[in-house]
Design a protein around this ligand. Structure first.
Ligand code: PMP
Length: 407
C-alpha cells in the first residue's frame, strides 16, 4: 500500500508507519473553504469569539505578572495537580467519580488518542470504531498501523447487536481486538448520541469479550435539551479510558485535554507523554486552572450551548425548507455536526468541487471511514458560521444537490 507521492525523494527512507500518514479530506478543504465568499459548513471550529476575550486577556496578564516564574517553566509530565482536581470536578457533571491522580493532562484530546494508541496498538491489531468515525482518530490509528474495523451506528448511536456480531466474527478469526473507540455523545461526524439503554449494552458486550473502551467525549457538556448524559466511564472505571478536552468548553487554541485512565494504565501513560512532549504547556494549563477557579465557567458553557442550539435550529430549519426529496439527515441534540445522506446514486465526494464552485463547502463522508466508503454522506457543521450564513450555505447546498439530481 504505497501512498507516498512519486515526487518525494525521501520515499525509501520513511518508516513503514509513515505510509499511513496521508492528508485528511478536511485539511485539504480548509484552504478553499476559508475564502470569504464560500460558506464553510466544513470545519469544526468552536466559536471562541463568544468568550469574554478582554476578561480572559486580563486574567492571563495577571497570571503572568503574579506567577510568571512558575507559569513559564517546565512542569510535571502528568500535568498540574490543581488543574487535575478541577478536571475531576468537570467530569463529575457526567457522573464520573475520579481521583486527580488518575488524570493525565494532554495537548488536547488528540494527544490523548495518540498516547493511548501508542500504548495499546501494535501494527495489525484490530481497533473497532463507529462507522463513521472522527477523522482525527482514524489518522492516529493509521499512523500506528492499526487495522480499523467499523461497527455501524444509527440514530441511537453504536448498534450493540452489530458490535456483538463483529466481536464474534473477529474471535472466530482469532483476531486480537485492542479496543473499541467511540464518541458516544453528540458524535463527530454523525451528531448522534448513544442512548442510556445502549450504553449499558455496549459496556456489557465489551466486558463479555474483554475489550477496552476508549470513550472520546469532547462535546458531552454541549447538550441542548437536558442535563449531561452519564459517561460510559461513570459505570466502568476499569474498562473505560476517557478522553476529555477543553477545546469546546473553553478554547481550542489552549490545547488542553486529558486522559482519565484505569489506575494501572496511568503510570505508562505518563511515561509515554514524557517521551513525547516532556510536559504539557504549563502556561496553557495554568490559564485553564485560573479560568476554572476565577471565572463563571458553568455559565459560559451555558452561553455556548445557547449559541450552538440556535445554530443547530437554523441548520435543521434550513434543511427542512430547502433540501430536495430523498436527502436525509440526523437531528443532533448537542455538539457541532449534522450528518447528511444524499439520495441513491449521488456521490458527495464527486460533488464537492461543484459545491465549492457554488460557494459552499462541506466534508465528504469518505474521510470518516477507514476503507474510504461513505460516498453518499457528508458532514455539515453549524458551530462556526453565523446563523444567516448557515441558512445561505444550506440553500446553496440544496441547489447543488438539485442540479446533481437533474444530471
Ligand atoms: N475527538 C473528537 C471526537 C473531536 O471532534 C476532536 C476535535 N475536533 C478531538 C478529539 C480533538 O480535540 P482536541 O482539540 O482536544 O485535541
Amino acid at each position: 500500500m504505497e501512498q507516498h507521492t512519486r515526487t518525494d525523494a525521501y520515499v525509501d527512507r520513511y518508516a513503514a508507519r509513515a505510509a499511513g500518514m496521508v492528508a485528511s479530506e478536511i485539511r485539504a478543504l480548509f484552504a478553499v473553504a476559508a475564502r470569504p465568499e464560500v460558506v464553510s459548513l466544513a470545519g469544526g471550529m468552536p466559536y471562541v469569539s463568544a468568550l469574554p476575550l478582554d476578561t480572559v486577556g486580563a486574567m492571563v496578564g495577571d497570571l503572568i505578572s503574579r506567577s510568571g516564574a512558575e507559569v513559564l517553566q517546565y512542569a510535571s509530565a502528568q500535568g498540574d495537580p490543581l488543574l487535575r482536581e478541577r478536571i475531576c470536578e468537570v467530569m463529575s457533571l457526567e457522573g464520573i467519580q475520579a481521583c486527580a491522580d488518575d488524570v493525565v493532562v494532554t495537548v488536547g484530546a488528540q494527544q490523548g488518542l495518540d498516547l493511548v494508541t501508542r500504548l495499546f496498538v501494535d501494527p495489525g491489531d484490530v481497533v473497532l470504531a463507529e462507522a463513521p468515525s472522527y477523522v482525527g482518530a482514524l489518522g492516529t490509528f493509521a499512523s500506528y498501523q492499526a487495522d480499523v474495523v467499523h461497527v455501524p451506528l444509527d440514530d441511537a448511536g453504536l448498534v450493540p447487536a452489530a458490535l456483538r456480531e463483529t466481536l464474534e466474527r473477529l474471535r472466530r478469526e482469532n483476531r486480537r481486538v485492542k479496543f473499541l473507540y467511540t464518541v458516544p455523545t453528540f458524535q463527530n461526524p454523525a451528531g448522534v448520541t448513544l442512548t442510556a439503554a445502549r450504553r449499558a449494552q455496549v459496556l456489557e458486550i465489551c466486558a463479555e469479550y474483554d475489550v477496552l473502551v476508549i470513550e472520546d467525549n469532547p462535546y458531552g457538556l454541549l447538550g441542548f435539551d437536558h442535563e449531561p448524559m452519564r459517561a460510559l466511564r461513570a459505570d466502568d472505571a476499569d474498562r473505560v479510558v476517557y478522553l476529555g478536552s477543553f477545546s469546546k468548553t473553553i478554547a481550542s487554541g489552549l490545547r488542553v485535554g486529558w486522559v482519565l485512565a484505569p489506575h494501572a494504565v496511568r503510570a505508562k501513560l505518563v511515561l509515554a507523554a514524557e517521551s513525547a512532549i516532556l510536559c504539557p504547556s504549563n502556561f496553557s494549563q495554568l490559564a485553564v486552572r485560573e479560568y476554572l477557579t476565577t471565572q463563571p465557567w458553568r455559565e459560559q458553557i451555558k452561553d455556548f450551548r445557547e449559541l450552538y442550539r440556535e445554530r443547530r435550529d437554523t441548520m435543521l430549519d434550513a434543511l427542512d425548507a430547502f433540501m430536495p426529496e430523498g436527502c436525509t439527515w440526523t437531528r443532533p441534540a448537542g455538539g457541532f455536526f449534522v450528518w447528511l445522506t444524499l439520495p441513491e446514486g449521488l456521490d458527495a465526494k464527486a460533488m464537492a468541487p461543484r459545491a465549492i464552485a457554488e460557494r459552499v463547502a462541506y466534508v465528504p463522508g469518505t474521510g470518516f471511514y477507514a476503507d474510504g466508503s461513505g460516498h453518499r454522506h457528508m458532514r455539515i457543521s453549524y458551530c462556526y458560521p453565523e446563523p444567516h450564513r448557515i441558512r445561505e450555505g444550506v440553500r446553496r447546498l440544496a441547489g447543488v444537490v438539485e442540479r446533481e439530481l437533474e444530471l
